[in-house]
Design a protein around this ligand. Structure first.
Ligand code: GDP
Length: 445
């Protein structure tokens, strides 16, 4: 997510370090680099202009000239302005005073609406709501069926038109869906609507008709973050054609360059409420502008990491892990194995590591990291005795060959794991001391 943008902005800011005072030329050089990075990341031109203008003005102002560490002050300014461009405060859904809260999804075909419907349903359900999904996308042949599958996975009922009843009227389906939900006392209704490959008037009209029939509390515009520059244009068309209260950025797990995220709020004046980061139900986060800015500036997003952990970890384990991370206690291989198993539940270690601070410098290792290696690591640790896991120093040469044999790996792979584990342990220690030393090596192979 935003890797290239992040690398370039952090590199240009690093260039300021070590300057006691910042000259106008220093600031302008940095601003130029940031401007180029933003444009290459497909951020809309007016947004780039405003952003760099504000950063420049502040960077040449008093707050920097009087700062003890001017370079750090500029980083703070860039962070503030990034937060602002991403929407400022975290946006909220409009919950209805009289349930059900009706949430309508709109966007182009393939944007990720149906996938999001399932994620949103699960997310509200996990918070104690009783959501229902409504399949009002009757345009795409398989859409109703896809929503039913997604609903089943999320454990959320789906209101769908009877099969074989001709083409069906999406407005009527949406209306029936909402009244059924009301009758069955569901407190959230999520209405999936049809999209087209491009913006067209017929699609907008249908979306407007559904909107006018069900009076959504929230209309969420779902947009594929990978479409870059086009995102702002499509967003404007939807804002004018249907109107929406919030944005969901989907496919942020891909090599989205960041343009959509950084342009959309400025262009539409609507907050980004959620981010979709994969095809699984759990690949979903609330969008926090401050945390996203932190990720772009490679300061990490430990809060989201912990929240995701809490969502998938069982509470006792989560607390144990969090305490360990915070107190800087030494990890044992058992902790390591436990973490790994929980990480597997969360989806991807690669994604998780990407949220740690200062990971930019390990980008190559991160990019080449393969989650399937986790299986081998597990097998190796399983082949150790409990005392070896508690105290890896016990693992001498003959033990290493025994473990390699038992796990179907080579002694070299066992050595590599132990070496990487030692590095991870040290990194944890330095983070515990607030050193923020990052990860010297992937815990994998
Ligand atoms: P819709 O036409 O707007 O309903 O889009 P879908 O929900 O059917 O999604 C289109 C495709 O994108 C499907 O293959 C999804 O699995 C995939 N998809 C949706 N959201 C994400 C995401 O956040 N990340 C990735 N990598 N794929 C996604």
């Amino acid at each position: 997510m935003f890797n290239n943008l992040s690398d370039r902005i952090t590199a240009s800011l690093k260039g300021l370090r070590g300057h006691g005072r910042l000259s106008e030329a220093d600031v302008d050089k940095t601003i130029r680099e940031i401007r180029r990075a933003l444009l290459d990341a497909d951020v809309a031109v007016p947004v780039v202009r405003d952003f760099t203008g504000r950063v420049r003005e502040r960077a040449l102002g008093e707050e920097v000239s009087k700062a003890l560490n001017p370079a750090q002050q500029v980083v703070k300014i860039v962070n503030d302005e990034l937060v602002d461009v991403l929407g400022g405060a975290t946006g909220e859904l409009t919950w209805a005073k009289n349930p059900p809260t009706v949430i309508m999804l709109a966007g182009l075909q393939g944007a990720g609406k149906t996938t999001l419907a399932g994620k949103l349903a699960k997310w509200t359900k996990d918070q104690g709501h009783t959501p229902m999904l409504v399949a009002a996308d009757l345009q795409r042949p398989n859409a109703v069926n896809q929503l039913q599958i997604v609903g089943e996975r999320a454990g959320v009922p789906v209101f769908a038109p009877e099969p074989g009843n001709g083409v069906g009227d999406p407005v009527q389906v949406a209306l029936n869906g909402v009244s059924t939900a009301q009758f069955q006392q569901h407190d959230v209704v999520i209405v999936d609507t049809a999209g087209r490959l491009g913006v067209d008037e017929e699609m907008m009209q249908q979306a407007r008709d559904i909107r006018d029939a069900v009076h959504p509390d929230d209309t969420l515009f779902v947009v594929d973050a990978m479409i870059g520059q086009d995102a702002a244009r499509v967003a404007e068309a939807f804002r004018d054609g249907v109107g929406f209260t919030g944005v969901v950025l989907s496919k942020l797990d891909g090599d989205a360059r960041g343009g959509a995220a950084l342009s959309i709020t400025g262009v539409t004046q609507r907050p980004i409420l959620f981010a979709s980061t994969g095809e699984q139900l759990g690949d979903f986060e609330r969008f926090h502008p401050d945390r996203m800015a932190g990720r772009i500036l490679d300061m990490g997003d430990v809060l989201t990491l912990i929240e995701q952990a809490e969502r998938t970890f069982d509470q006792a384990e989560a607390e144990k892990t969090a305490k360990k991370l915070q107190s800087g206690q030494d990890l044992t291989l058992d902790d390591f194995l436990g973490l790994m198993q929980q990480v597997k539940k969360m989806g991807s270690l690669k994604k998780m590591l990407g949220m740690m601070p200062n990971m930019g410098q390990f980008r190559d290792q991160l990019d080449s990291f393969d989650d399937s290696q986790l299986g081998r690591i597990e097998a190796i640790i399983h082949s150790m005795t409990p005392s070896e896991r508690a105290d890896p120093k016990l693992i001498n040469g003959s033990r290493r060959s025994r473990i390699a044999k038992g796990s179907g790996s080579t002694v070299q792979q066992v050595n590599q794991l132990l070496e990487n584990f030692k590095n991870a342990q040290q990194a944890m220690r330095s983070m515990g001391r607030g050193g923020g030393g990052g990860m010297p090596g992937m815990p994998g192979m």
